[in-house]
Design a protein around this ligand. Structure first.
Ligand code: SAH
Length: 427
């Protein structure tokens, strides 16, 4: 979401006559786009903010914009006090405060102190993104905000309630991305499978996948993240039927214990999730599944954690994104529950799942050895060309020819838990 937001900021600033630099010291405007989903991300944001102070001192005209989820509805005065060097504060996705500041400043050469903290940005207000030159894969947010209210999650209070963007705007944006060279689009939403629930005329993710498939030049479509409760047969059927839609589903389970799931207010049971995985595999037998897990949620017992271990062992998913529970001010869990699992114990649980997943992913990927796979190549990394299979697995290939944006069949020659090596199959 933040990568997508940042590209919109870049596009808006270019429209305003600025150009991009990778060196903070060369910049006239620095936008720090922040995430606070876990304490570690928030700490990083504070670290980066503090590191900008010397730059601002040596260059008082430098404009610093603090953007994103660190700018909450209630912490502005605190942030202003702590970071007097920040000129503009803007909530997630909202480019208006920065653009207003810059245009006012050009007119008046004056310091403007207007702060905008609404987090209900409308679809129409989103500036168009600008992909990087040669960028193969782009993110396209289709659902803004979230209204689900998982008890651990700060996102609804920072990104506002759920709003689906209009299909017309999404399609226009997708065409514009493809026109600029993008080959793969990943549709984004906190609960992407709820796309359209708040729109008229039965618009849905399944329909949108069909509409996007008609765009010439677009080679691949992905979507993330799905919530287990909303992954309909129609979405899975469309994913199986439409050749451009990649068979990879990110669908977080978060925990494998019913009591913990209930306390997280996720809205499904461990058995519901099992059935869902079976249903996904029925529709997408050659597909892959990713999940997210939070270990050490308040009061999670050893037995309850073991249920998560057992579930992952049983389901053998392709990827797990692991997190240790991080209390987030403003969330129901922060208000009502004690962060009772000690840090060392969270780490122990994290490592157990990490090892389990490394083994499972190694075994799953090993079965791909010597098979032929279709890879969309993106860029060079570590002296090789880097791309992904339709199932979102990382593949590296040696080639003296440029493969950027090229869809090519490869033969897998080596597999590990996190990536694979391959050679091009010459046709
Ligand atoms: N809406 C998406 C993404 C949420 S943020 C979803 O439901 O998947 C991405 C991941 O961060 C979540 O899936 C969750 O595993 C993790 N996360 C969110 N809040 C957290 C918290 N307070 N502590 C630890 N992990 C958290």
């Amino acid at each position: 979401m933040n990568v997508a937001d940042s590209q919109r900021v870049a596009a808006a600033l270019e429209g305003f006559g600025y150009e991009c630099t990778l060196q903070p010291a060369d910049a006239d405007v620095i936008v720090l786009n922040t995430c606070v989903v876990r304490q570690s991300a928030e700490d990083r944001a504070h670290g980066r903010l503090s590191s900008l102070t010397p730059l601002k001192q040596s260059k008082p005209d430098l404009v610093i914009n603090l953007m994103g989820c660190l700018v909450g509805p209630r912490n502005l005065s605190e942030l202003k006090e702590r970071y007097p060097d920040v000129d503009v504060f803007s909530p997630p996705s909202d480019i208006a405060p920065l653009i207003n500041f810059l245009s006012q400043r050009e007119i008046h050469h004056a310091q403007i102190d207007e702060i905008n903290t609404r987090n209900t940005l409308l679809d129409e207000e989103l500036p168009l993104p600008r992909p990087d030159i040669g960028q193969v894969s782009a993110f396209l947010p289709i659902v803004l905000g979230c209204s689900h209210g998982c008890t651990y999650c700060v996102i609804p209070s920072r990104r506002g309630g759920e709003r689906s963007r209009s299909p017309d705007n999404i399609l226009a944006e997708a065409r514009s991305l493809v026109h600029q060279g993008v080959k793969e689009i990943t549709l984004l939403g906190q609960i992407v499978d709820r796309y359209g629930c708040d729109l008229a005329d039965g618009q849905s993710l399944a329909m949108l996948l069909g509409q996007l498939s008609d765009i010439d030049g677009l080679l691949r479509i992905r979507y993330l993240t799905s919530h287990p409760g909303y992954l309909t047969d129609a979405i899975l059927e469309a994913s199986a039927r439409l050749p451009k839609v990649c068979p990879h589903i990110e669908v977080p389970v978060q925990a494998g214990d019913d009591k913990v799931l209930m306390a997280m207010r996720r809205g499904y049971t461990r058995d519901d999730y099992r059935k869902l995985v079976a249903r996904i595999r029925e529709y997408l037998p050659a597909g892959s599944i990713g999940t997210d897990i939070i270990v050490g949620f308040p009061d999670e017992t050893e037995d309850q954690f073991q249920h998560t271990v057992d579930l992952l062992e049983e389901l053998r998913l392709d990827v797990t994104h692991l997190a240790r529970y991080s209390p987030r001010p403003g969330t129901p869990a922060y208000r009502n529950l004690v962060d009772s699992v000690p840090a060392a114990e969270k780490m122990r649980r994290f490592r157990i799942l990490e090892e389990l997943q490394e083994r499972v992913s190694s075994e799953i990927n090993a079965r791909l050895l010597n098979t032929s796979q279709e890879v969309l190549f993106e860029n060079r990394a570590k002296g090789k060309w880097r791309g992904r299979t339709r199932t979102n697995k990382l593949v590296f290939v040696e080639s003296t020819d440029s493969l950027a944006g090229v869809l090519h069949r490869v033969r897998i020659t080596w597999t590990g838990p996190w990536s694979m090596q391959a050679e091009l199959i010459r046709s």
